[in-house]
Design a protein around this ligand. Structure first.
Ligand SMILES: CC(=O)SCCNC(=O)CCNC(=O)[C@H](O)C(C)(C)COP(=O)(O)OP(=O)(O)OC[C@H]1O[C@@H](n2cnc3c(N)ncnc32)[C@H](O)[C@@H]1OP(=O)(O)O
Ligand SMILES: O=CC(=O)O
Ligand SMILES: [Mg+2]
Length: 532
């Protein structure tokens, strides 16, 4: 790379942790600085556009497929890039934070892909961010094996049995405050993407794989275009051939759902399909239309993937992907294996049903949250795919989804139950406690909970309060009870901070767009002044 470390200086504002120097090299920081210099302003503009679009929708503008891009949708000629090495057969993908033990377990799990997650499953403490990069580097270098003090061994299997790595950087809404460029924090997406790409892209190519990504929480085609431009510059700066990167975009906002085809188009030379990120999608739907009484959703447990509006979303996703030669990847059933045998069987049965629906609807593979769920997902997709690596040739011309179908929530809308209110409060508080402690995914009451599901829990409380279907006193009483229970269960929990976070994100008059940005700045940032 022809670069001077002084050109795009990025300063580290955190004390150096163990082995951080291996990731935060001057050249890597310079690379991130170049990306930030090129794209930070565009990111700001796009965040402003998000706010404008939210206001337009809140004031009654209809949500529709964009008129101006009709030609993209009607042009039959274009296709996305062919699948890259390691990404042809994606029948089972396991997700999880890039933590060492999880990494070894995920890579060995028998899944085809491991989605190493800096977004929903990671609380972005500086140690998690840089530790996650070290985990990825060590896994790719095959120096990640370790033993626990109790003598349990973690060893990577042979290369051909390992899952392909895809990295999910944080979304555009977040900043990394431990790094400073041009006098301000660096967009977190560029930090996670940039550090991984800088250290691992060439290594992955040499190993017969490639630099592959999952892109979270996009709201429109312009954000996809921004990512595509990031990829072009990153490849150019490191001398990596154009079109080497592959990225699967999560369709997990209601505004992206009407631009699926445009998003594939913008990224077409780097695209590896779309994923149905159901939990953030539900969150986005409630957040966007939370002010409307006809969007009043009942208990989260009652909003399933067979609800007509959720089915419309997943069917449109399969149709769109296959029309353009792209993989359609299913989402996350939240059930995780349980110790109790009956609960365990029930969890497996629920996951099986979910995967069966996806495979029959045409998805080419799906996500699981736990190694114990890999076999059931594989069995279901084996049953539909057989020896074929995917079913992209199943074009689903029978699907015709309109924006009205995506918004047809009225058929299931209704008030919550007392149990639904309590569960949301209980989950949000326990998740916030874990997140503040640096853990971004937890199992609670038999379900995987992460940033996306916690967002649903708190935004539902906000929505129910806003429409007065529950009273403030009721919520405050449940809050007191559950906070006391959290204190008893987790003696380490910072109860004041947890309560404050809940009050700010679920009880405030104005709905914060995400709980993470402010909570991060208040609680996770540990800067010590410029140290490099
Ligand atoms: C909405 C979305 O975005 S979904 C995607 C983001 N969310 C995620 O990725 C969550 C992924 N899942 C997880 O993080 C975990 O499964 C949790 C936190 C839900 C539960 O984890 P645990 O409480 O450790 O589960 P459990 O005790 O059953 O784990 C058993 C073993 O499986 C391992 N394991 C569990 N989940 C995973 C995983 N996703 N990847 C790799 N290994 C895993 C554990 O490390 C443990 O290994 P060990 O026996 O070697 O110690
Ligand atoms: O990222 C996935 C989701 O469901 O949210
Ligand atoms: Mg998500």
């Amino acid at each position: 790379m022809t670069t001077s470390a002084l050109d795009h200086r990025v300063r580290v504002l955190a004390p150096r942790g163990d082995r951080h120097d291996e990731i935060l090299t001057p050249a890597a920081l310079d690379f991130v600085g170049r990306l930030a210099a090129a794209f930070a302003e565009r990111r700001q503009d796009l965040l402003k556009e998000r706010r404008r679009q939210a206001l337009r929708l809140a004031s009654g503008s209809p949500l529709d497929f964009p008129m101006v891009t009709a030609a993209v949708r009607t042009d039959p000629a274009w296709r996305v890039a062919p699948p890259a090495p390691g990404l042809t057969d994606r029948r089972v993908e396991i997700t999880g934070p890039p933590e060492r033990r999880m990494a070894v377990n995920a890579l060995n799990s028998g899944a085809r892909v491991w989605m190493a997650d800096f977004e929903d499953a990671t609380a972005p403490t500086w140690d998690n961010v840089i530790g996650g990069q070290l985990t990825l580097l060590d896994a790719i270098e095959r120096r990640i094996d370790f033993s626990t003090p109790e003598g349990k061994e973690y060893r990577l299997a042979d290369g051909d049995r390992l899952a392909t790595i895809m990295v999910r950087p944080r979304g555009w809404h977040l900043l990394e405050e431990h790094l400073e460029a041009d006098g301000g924090p660096v967009p977190a997406a560029l930090v996670d993407f940039g550090l991984y790409f800088f250290h691992c892209a060439q290594r992955q190519i040499d190993a017969g794989s490639g630099p592959y990504f999952y892109l979270p929480k996009l709201e429109n085609r312009y954000e996809a275009r921004l990512w595509n431009d990031v990829f072009l510059l990153a490849q150019e700066l490191l001398g990596i051939p154009r079109g080497t990167i592959r990225a699967t975009v999560l369709i997990e906002t209601i505004t992206a759902a009407v631009e699926m085809e445009e998003i594939l188009y913008e990224l077409r030379e780097h695209s590896s399909g779309l994923n149905a990120g159901r939990w953030d999608y539900l969150f986005s739907l409630i957040k966007t239309f939370g002010h409307r009484t006809d969007f009043l959703l009942p208990d989260r447990a009652k909003v399933t993937m067979t609800a007509p509006f959720m089915r419309a979303y997943t069917e449109l996703l399969v149709r769109t992907c296959h029309k353009r030669g792209a993989h359609a990847i299913g989402g996350m059933a939240a059930q995780v294996p349980a110790r109790d045998p009956a609960a365990h069987e029930a969890a497996l049965a629920t996951v099986r049903l979910d995967k069966e629906r996806e495979a029959e609807d045409g998805f080419d593979g799906s996500w699981v949250a736990h190694p114990g769920l890999v076999p059931v997902c594989r069995e279901v997709f084996d049953g539909v795919l057989g020896e074929r690596p995917h079913q992209i040739d199943r074009t689903r011309d029978d699907v015709a989804v309109t924006p009205a179908d995506l918004l047809s929530v009225r058929r299931i809308s209704g008030p919550p139950t007392a149990e639904g209110v309590r569960t949301n409060v209980a989950v949000a508080l326990r998740y916030f406690a874990a997140w503040l402690r640096g853990q971004g995914a937890v199992a609670l009451y038999g379900l995987m909970e992460d940033a996306a599901t916690a967002e649903i829990a708190r935004v539902q409380i906000w929505q129910w309060l806003r429409h007065r279907v529950i009273g403030r006193e009721t919520v405050l009483r449940v809050l007191d009870d559950e906070l006391a229970a959290v204190g008893a269960e987790y003696p380490w929990a910072p109860l004041e901070e947890v309560r404050e976070l809940f009050e700010r994100t679920a009880l405030a008059g104005e709905l914060p767009q995400f709980f993470t940005p402010e909570a991060y700045t208040r609680h996770l940032v540990r800067t010590a002044g410029a140290v490099s």
